[in-house]
Design a protein around this ligand. Structure first.
Ligand SMILES: Nc1ncnc2c1ncn2[C@@H]1O[C@H](COP(=O)(O)OP(=O)(O)OP(=O)(O)O)[C@@H](O)[C@H]1O
Ligand SMILES: [Mg+2]
Length: 416
């Protein structure tokens, strides 16, 4: 097997570290050109709210996850694309303008205008993680995605800039490199999740991706195919579990079990007489608890989270731009009733976002908790050159459908 065609995504989450090994095939067909050949997941103990707080424990979790993926795939892993999140992330939009040198805009002009757009003062303890072009304007024409080859005298770029704490990012890289592999690229986690979950059409229409992890909820808002806002909210699935543990006076592990197996956020939909038996804290007896009480506790936290999400949309003036609705992903999206409650509270169509299927172990990966790691693997594919001509296909089925609909749109435009 040619290791050069191997791509690796490494998601270092608050609850789990996950490695996915993909193989890029030389003779692709439309869907199967990336085949998943190895998965390694291991509980994560060294992170809090998305940031490393214990190097030793984090390194151990990464090592275990890599080892499992190595064994399953049979390939040597020497580099991976990793994700970053945590409340130290701060994103904003910026713009820059340059005069076009020749008659036609060249790649060099584009590079210059992007440099101009990112020339903003950021605090010395922060570094830029992404500068993502949203649109270019040539003279008075806006909404241009690729200006190379166009004529004009004035080139303007609008970009989304993501920054993070230098030391927290260094800690993450340090943990990865301590396992003997190289962090080939760092991607903001909700951008990675968007890649594996959202279709091009949804990004065009305007959509809010909400990745509810264990320690954080990561937001990416897309409009006209561009990222217009990203944010990390320090509330995740663990907070739902902690609320249950405190309210019912039960151990954390028992609260997690109850949340996953019996939890809901819609108390009014439950039979008021339904009960379950819960294990108390050490030294106390098991007892009966009403399911509707559990749902009240979880529902209160869900209301808080959706309230924050609604505020983010309103504060950014994006209220009328989200026609594609809200897509919930990450393991926390699986709490029962969350989608219905979200639809009601955010007042937008809401669905659970599953990663689009690949070749290989697709069934195993069809879980929202793998959205980030699959997106990181795709990022790794795009940043590497392979030993054959790159296929023309897009990375997943939903993007393919999105592009298909774009081309259909242009056909309709031509007809009418
Ligand atoms: N079936 C389920 N029902 C309810 N909650 C679930 C389910 N499965 C997983 N979860 C919750 O999802 C959360 C973990 O999600 P995920 O694996 O996406 O997080 P992570 O990537 O480790 O964390 P983060 O992204 O915050 O760093 C946990 O709080 C867990 O309780
Ligand atoms: Mg995560």
């Amino acid at each position: 097997m040619n290791d050069k065609n191997v791509i690796v995504g490494l998601d270092i989450g608050t609850t789990k570290v996950c490695t996915i090994v993909g193989l890029v095939h030389p003779q692709p067909n439309a869907m199967d050109h990336v085949e998943i050949i190895g998965i390694g997941t291991h509980p994560s103990h060294g992170l809090k709210k998305g940031s490393v707080v214990n190097i030793e424990k984090t390194v151990k979790s990464i090592q275990n996850s890599l080892e499992e993926a190595r064994l399953m795939s049979g390939v040597n892993i020497d580099r991976a694309t990793i994700g970053v999140a945590g409340s130290h992330i701060y994103s904003f939009n910026s713009s820059g303008v340059v005069a076009v040198k020749g008659q036609e805009i060249t790649q060099e002009d584009v590079d210059r205008v992007l440099e101009a757009a990112k020339a903003v003062v950021i605090p010395s303890d922060r570094e830029t993680i992404h500068v993502i072009p949203q649109e270019f304007r040539v003279d008075n024409t806006s909404g241009i995605k690729d200006p190379v080859g166009m004529c004009g005298v004035r080139l303007e770029a609008h970009v989304h800039i993501v920054t993070g704490s230098i030391s927290l990012i260094q800690n993450l890289i340090k943990c990865v490199e301590a396992t003997g592999i190289q962090a080939e690229h760092i991607t903001l986690q909700p951008i990675a999740s968007s890649r594996s979950v959202l279709s091009a059409e949804e990004k065009d229409m305007g959509v809010v991706l909400v990745d509810i992890g264990g320690g954080t909820t990561d937001i990416a808002i897309w409009k006209d195919g561009s990222l217009v806002h990203s944010q990390i909210i320090p509330v995740g699935g663990n907070h739902f579990t902690n609320d249950l543990a405190v309210a019912l006076k039960i151990p954390h592990a028992e609260a997690e079990r109850i949340k996953i197996n019996h939890g809901s956020v819609l108390a009014e939909k439950l039979n008021q007489s339904a009960h379950i038996t819960v294990q108390g804290l050490a030294g106390t007896k098991a007892r009966e608890v009403q399911l509707s009480l559990i749902a009240q506790v979880l529902g209160a936290r869900a209301e808080e989270l959706f309230g924050i999400i609604k505020n983010v949309i309103d504060e950014r003036g994006l209220d009328h731009d989200i026609t594609g609705g809200v897509v919930l992903t990450g393991g926390g999206a699986l709490i029962k009733g969350l989608q219905e409650l979200g639809e009601y509270l955010v007042e937008r169509p809401t669905k659970i976002g599953y990663p689009a299927p690949f070749g290989g172990m697709t069934n195993l990966m069809q879980n929202p908790k793998f959205s980030t790691v699959l997106g990181l693997m795709l990022e790794s594919r795009d940043r590497n050159t392979f030993t054959f001509k790159q296929p023309q296909v897009v990375e997943n089925q939903s993007d393919l459908i999105g592009r298909l609909s774009d081309s259909l749109k242009s056909v309709f435009k031509e007809i009418f």
